[in-house]
Design a protein around this ligand. Structure first.
Ligand SMILES: Nc1nc2c(ncn2[C@@H]2O[C@H](COP(=O)(O)OP(=O)(O)O)[C@@H](O)[C@H]2O)c(=O)[nH]1
Ligand SMILES: [Mg+2]
Length: 443
């Protein structure tokens, strides 16, 4: 798997994900594997984590992330290169940047400024893919509020969609927060980015800072939260998602492999591939905790406090739901509480997908990372449900209030976008919201 981090948030989140991988696989800050550490496949022969790391040709037991870092301005990447604890683990040629910045404008990120990075990006991805033995796909990390994650990220996604059609493309996205201030043109950026997501991504995982901030504030009783803590929480979710591809098979029971998701029906209609993540439990580092029983864990994942995007999912319909458990859990413990969830109508599935839960269990528990403590059992749930309609409607409304007077449209059109594209984008966004809505009303 190749990770591609784009823009300020993308690069910061992506680097946190690799830090956590390192902790989980006993890889040091310099990328050297500690072969004395038992467990978490530190000394396993097959070293499954090589799905995410390539082995150095020159230094014994040194592993290099299969990760590309891209930005239209140098600041974030230079900070990672200079100050990140794990900076010496990365390969210098995996950092691609230019100087001008995208100034929060999608079309600068995709066209005028981002164009400079297109050839080096394509060449770099080609060589990274060649370096893989059995290449599975891509994970893209970015925010779609600013100009780089949305615009340059769209350029990357389009390339992956056109060039690597059969490979998985999973897009991790920070969406605009519904009730907190975003940059003024974020509705345009998000809507334009959505067009390429519909076309080229296999799955999108939707997060927003407001929901993540509230989760941390409430569960950990924190007054203030920084991006660093929010990014660590996202890294925990990402770690659950990818664990089946990093731990040997005997670490799991009925694993869910990302690369198989495409065939297993999480997405009944190709365009409706937007997934809402929920995560539990959140326990503060060093706080006392008793092990949470599996039924309670399952109950808590369906509460609004576990949702990583701010949306009301109380009256929605589910098309599918994927549960990534970690820790000492056996499959038989899960069946009864999940049946109860359905019989008590805690969730409602569409008529044509009455038993849409799929369960994966990985026996390696989550570790202490950021402000979050390790927990003996934890769970990430990815749901494809109709509550997402509200997220698209909100972007549509905000887009509409700008576009009615063509506010700021010239910023976008002046940077390589055809003026008809904004209108087309608006129509498609409405269509996407309508498509999800009709799933709700017709089943
Ligand atoms: N979670 C998180 N959000 C961030 C981080 N840095 C910036 N943001 C938010 O992400 C949005 C887009 O900003 P940024 O990533 O800087 O844009 P880009 O560089 O143009 O892609 C803004 O709303 C910021 O508040 C970060 O490290 N983590
Ligand atoms: Mg930026």
């Amino acid at each position: 798997m190749i990770s591609i981090n784009v823009g300020q948030s993308g690069n910061r989140i992506g680097s946190r994900c690799f830090e956590l991988y390192c902790l989980e696989h006993a890889i040091g800050k310099d990328g050297i594997l500690d072969t004395n550490i038992q467990g978490t496949n530190g000394n396993s022969n097959d070293l499954v984590f090589r799905n995410f790391f390539t082995e150095s040709q020159n230094i014994k037991n040194k592993f290099i992330p299969r990760a590309l870092f891209m930005d239209t301005e140098p600041e974030t990447i230079n900070t990672i290169k200079k100050y990140d604890d794990y900076r010496s683990m990365y390969r210098e040629s995996n950092f691609l940047m230019c100087k001008e910045g995208a100034s929060d404008i999608f079309s600068r990120g995709k066209y005028t400024v981002g164009r400079e990075l297109q050839d080096p990006m394509q060449e770099k991805i080609r060589s990274m893919v060649e370096e893989c033995d059995n290449f599975g796909g891509f994970l893209l990390y970015r925010s779609i509020c600013g100009g780089t994650g949305s615009g340059l990220g769209s350029g990357v996604l389009q390339h992956l969609g056109e060039e690597y059609t059969k490979k998985v493309k999973l897009d991790f996205n920070l969406f605009p927060s519904p009730n907190q201030s975003n940059n003024v043109v974020s509705p345009y950026n998000a809507a334009m980015a959505l067009m390429d997501m519909i076309e080229y991504a296999d799955f999108n995982m939707i997060f927003d800072n407001e929901a993540l901030y509230d989760m941390l504030k409430k569960s950990l009783a924190m007054d203030k939260t920084s991006y660093q803590e929010i990014n660590s929480l996202m890294a925990h979710a990402n770690s659950h998602l990818t664990s089946s591809l990093r731990f040997p098979e005997n670490y799991g029971e009925s694993q869910i492999y990302l690369t198989e998701l495409m065939q297993t029906g999480i997405v009944p209609y190709p365009k409706l591939h937007f997934l809402l993540p929920s995560y539990a439990p959140l326990v503060k580092k060093n706080a006392f905790q008793s092990s949470i029983p599996v039924p309670n864990l399952i109950k808590s994942i369906f509460t609004p406090d576990s949702l990583m995007a701010k949306v009301d999912n109380s009256k929605c319909k589910y098309m599918s739901s994927y549960m990534f458990f970690r820790g000492e859990i056996i499959a038989s413990e899960i069946i009864k509480p999940l049946n109860e969830v359905k019989s008590k109508k805690l969730v409602e599935f569409v008529d044509w997908s009455p038993s849409g839960f799929r369960v994966g269990i990985n026996h390696s528990p989550s570790l202490t990372y950021g402000d979050l403590s390790k927990t003996p059992k934890s769970l990430l749930m990815l749901s494809n449900n109709t509550s997402i309609t509200k997220i698209f409607k909100k972007i549509e409304d905000n887009f509409s209030s700008l576009y009615r007077t063509r506010a700021f449209a010239h910023w976008f059109v002046g940077e390589g976008l055809e003026s008809s594209e904004l209108q087309e984008c608006f129509e498609q966004l409405k269509q996407l919201a309508d498509d999800y809505q009709s799933i709700h009303t017709s089943s």
